[in-house]
Design a protein around this ligand. Structure first.
Ligand SMILES: [Fe+2]
Length: 417
């Protein structure tokens, strides 16, 4: 994301008996008025956490804030996590990370980003945007996040880097039918996944700020409780500036839409198909191969793109991907491919890789089930129903459960080895 200001400021030792009073020291300090930006407090080098500084630093106190988009987390690593939010007030967030033996304070800087489509200005959001990287002390896999000037916010955070097994959800195509999207989202939250992954087409028109606000309202529960990662679908085309502002991307190529991530035992690569020309961009393919090589120490490799290489539904298969990308996925041992775009469920097996279409998050359903005689043996299961995938990841396997959200039942389960 552009315009990112990362500010790690004061580090405060709150005593060996932290007793969850992480920000009591801060609240005893004189207040700053609500117009103040991030204060000019002498900072330590980010990540240079003082275990027991001799003297507690003087910390600022900010006016209380209220949220339009409550804080959500992305990009957990062993040493940081990214927090994003939208507040009603132009006031920094005093984010307190409390762990066994200490606490840190990180301050965000409120911004009013500008949005455009080509050269045409687009509406902005009503509130103030926040994005900040919170540095995590080395070796700390679990901590509590609170915000000193938002007393109603509290989140227990476990980093995937500290885990051998966890649950993630995959779903997609959440556009158009808001009631369905809400029901699917409610059922996902109940699964308590560590990570939620969205296969694209978040909303009908990503050019409309109203639809972004509806999307964030519907998915508020999972955004607040899971690490959230989307990829770019065709319905996001045109709304790039909103997408780039609201979601962070790392390890990227060409745009903020091709990236890889590491989640404990999982290496995950997500790409887009609307700017990068995979059929003729040799640099793109070189980036993809380098990313696959970097992730070779991972127990599992998952790859995702919006428009599927294998499908029998309304929109045809991405044949260019079969020619240019599929050989790399096979060479470097990818286990699972996740796509959306067609609003149904499909599971193909091709040369030892499972190719899943999961486009059942709210968009009008499409039929499937019949393809060419040559390719029919590749199709293992399919259905026309709203759904999401639960992926229970362990050292032994990825156990995939396909959950029909209308019937509230399991459609099928299978293991990826
Ligand atoms: Fe699509």
């Amino acid at each position: 994301m552009r315009h990112v200001t990362t500010v790690l400021l004061a580090l405060l030792w709150l005593g060996c008996s932290t007793d969850n009073g992480a920000n009591t020291g801060a609240n005893e300090q004189p207040g700053l008025d609500g117009e103040a930006m991030v204060p000019d407090v002498t900072s330590e080098t980010p990540g240079d956490i003082l275990a027991e500084p001799d003297v507690a630093r003087e910390l600022p106190v900010f006016d209380e804030v209220s949220f339009i988009k409550r804080p959500y987390l992305q990009w957990p690593t062993a040493t940081s996590v990214t927090l994003l939010a939208e507040t009603n007030e132009q006031v920094p967030l005093d984010i307190v990370l409390t762990y066994d033996g200490g606490a840190t304070h990180t301050y965000s800087e409120p911004r009013k980003p500008e949005f455009t489509f080509l050269t045409m200005p687009l509406d902005g959001f009503d509130g103030w945007s926040h994005q900040v990287d919170i540095m995590v002390p080395e070796g700390i896999g679990q901590f509590e996040l609170t915000i000193a000037n938002a007393p109603d916010y509290q989140r227990e955070v476990v980093l995937p880097q500290s885990l051998d097994s966890f649950t993630m959800i995959a779903f997609g195509d959440t556009r158009t039918n808001l009631d369905v999207h809400q029901e699917v989202s409610n059922q996902i939250v109940a699964e308590k996944p560590l990570i939620v992954f969205q296969t694209g087409d978040l909303m009908d028109s990503a050019l409309e700020v109203k639809q972004w606000n509806e999307f964030f309202a519907i998915e508020a529960g999972m955004l607040e409780s899971s690490f959230y990662f989307p990829i770019f679908g065709n319905h996001e085309v045109g709304g790039e500036s909103y997408y780039y502002e609201l979601f962070e991307t790392r390890n990227s190529y060409d745009s903020e839409r091709n990236w890889y991530a590491e989640w404990g035992p999982v290496g995950f690569i997500g790409i887009e198909q609307y700017k990068t020309r995979w059929e003729k961009d040799e640099d793109a393919l070189a980036w993809l191969e380098e990313s696959l090589i970097k992730l070779q120490d991972k127990r599992w490799l998952i790859f995702s793109h919006h428009e599927p290489m294998y499908t029998f539904s309304n929109h045809g298969a991405w044949y260019e991907g079969r020619e240019t990308i599929q050989p790399l996925l096979e060479e470097y041992g990818v286990d699972l491919v996740l796509s959306g775009h067609n609003h149904c469920y499909e599971r193909f097996e091709v040369n030892g890789i499972s190719y899943i279409v999961t486009g059942g998050g709210g968009a009008p359903l499409y039929s499937t089930g019949t393809g060419s005689e040559e390719e029919m043996p590749l199709l293992k299961n399919w259905g026309k129903f709203y759904h999401f995938l639960r992926l229970d990841i362990s050292d032994e396997n990825i156990h995939v459960t396909v959950i029909d959200t209308e019937e509230k039942s399991v459609f099928e389960e299978f293991d990826v080895f």
